[in-house]
Design a protein around this ligand. Structure first.
Ligand SMILES: [Zn+2]
Length: 324
């Protein structure tokens, strides 16, 4: 009898691993219950690539009594189908809603696969996110991500644009779960929402927080704004509380200082040097080696070499703009 159950266990394990969401040597990915009724699949914190199939964010869901609320479903339709398959291993409940933190496609494009599997799910975002995405950002991100991962086929025509809006201060109640919405005017982008799940005391920060990787900023972003936001969260100002869990857009989740301090410190150092360089009348490329030396703890972060110089230039332009 014991032998038979061992064989059954082996077959089950084998068949599960056959259908695991595996990305080569990056390993297997699955939803894990991280606290109370919160599940997260932490993606590899690296740039989108053929190897990771364009999956590198942190899709999450909150489990209610009758259904779930998904946050940032993932980076394209094809990995989305794999993420949906993993979702179905974690729960039998339907998705009731999808909350999207910002306009970048590596976070929301997989919503298409979730909406295909759960047609009644309502998709939410800040109005700026919906407008920017429809006005061309979705296409821009499709092209960026297709260039890097070659896995975007099926993600468009049409894109899974969110249809419901969430604004700063909104409190969304779904299936007995409470979500408080924060919108910093300008931080990672001008389309961001941060999401507090009150019952589990968790905060999703979108890409206003990253760990182990750096990402691009654009003309809608603000280094000043991103720093101010993270300082507000640490100081528990503007409605932010002390949370049990902080979830970044990329990289591991964790407790307050361990999760927030590295990224905040990175931008603080970049801005400090931008102010100094500007005051000394130096170009950003002239001070880049000194900035890089002070940021030596970040050299192993994915994309450091490509992004740090750009962030420094961005900080310069903001310092200059404030001077006028
Ligand atoms: Zn982003």
């Amino acid at each position: 009898m014991r032998k038979i159950s061992l064989i059954i266990a082996m077959i089950v394990t084998f068949s599960l691993s056959l259908h695991a969401f595996t990305l080569g040597k990056l390993g297997n990915f699955e939803f894990k219950k991280v606290t109370k009724n919160v599940w997260i699949m932490h993606g590899p914190p690296m740039n989108p690539s053929v190897e990771n199939e364009g999956f590198m964010n942190n899709p999450s869901f909150v489990e209610g009594e009758h259904g779930t609320i998904v946050i940032d479903p993932g980076g394209n339709y094809n990995v989305g189908k794999k993420i949906v398959a993993e979702y179905k291993k974690a729960t039998n409940k339907p998705v009731l809603a999808i909350l999207n933190t910002h306009k970048h496609g590596d976070h929301w494009f997989a919503g298409k696969a979730f909406q295909e599997a759960f047609p009644d799910a309502q998709s939410y975002a800040h109005p700026n996110m919906i407008k920017a995405s429809k006005d061309g950002e979705a296409r821009v991100w499709y092209n960026i991500l297709e260039g890097l991962s070659k896995n975007l086929k099926g993600t468009d025509g049409p894109f899974a644009f969110p249809t419901k809006v969430l604004k700063d201060g909104d409190v969304l109640k779904i299936d007995g779960q409470t979500f408080k919405v924060f919108h910093p005017e300008r931080a990672h982008t001008d389309t961001d929402i941060l999401i507090e799940h009150t019952e589990s005391n968790t905060l999703w920060l979108g890409d206003n927080l990253m760990d182990c990787r750096l990402g691009g900023m654009d003309e809608s972003s603000s280094v000043f704004g991103n720093i101010e936001l993270l300082e507000d969260i640490l100081a528990q100002r503007k409605g932010y509380k002390k949370y049990d869990l902080y979830v970044p857009g990329h990289g591991p989740s964790g407790e307050m200082h361990k999760t927030i301090d590295p990224f905040l410190n990175y931008f603080t150092v970049v801005l400090k040097w931008a102010k100094k360089g500007y005051a000394d009348g130096k170009e950003s490329y002239e001070i880049k080696p000194e900035v890089s030396a002070e940021l030596k703890d970040y050299h192993d972060w994915d994309e450091f070499d490509r992004q740090m110089g750009k962030h420094l230039m961005k900080a310069y332009s903001e310092v200059e703009a404030k001077d006028f």
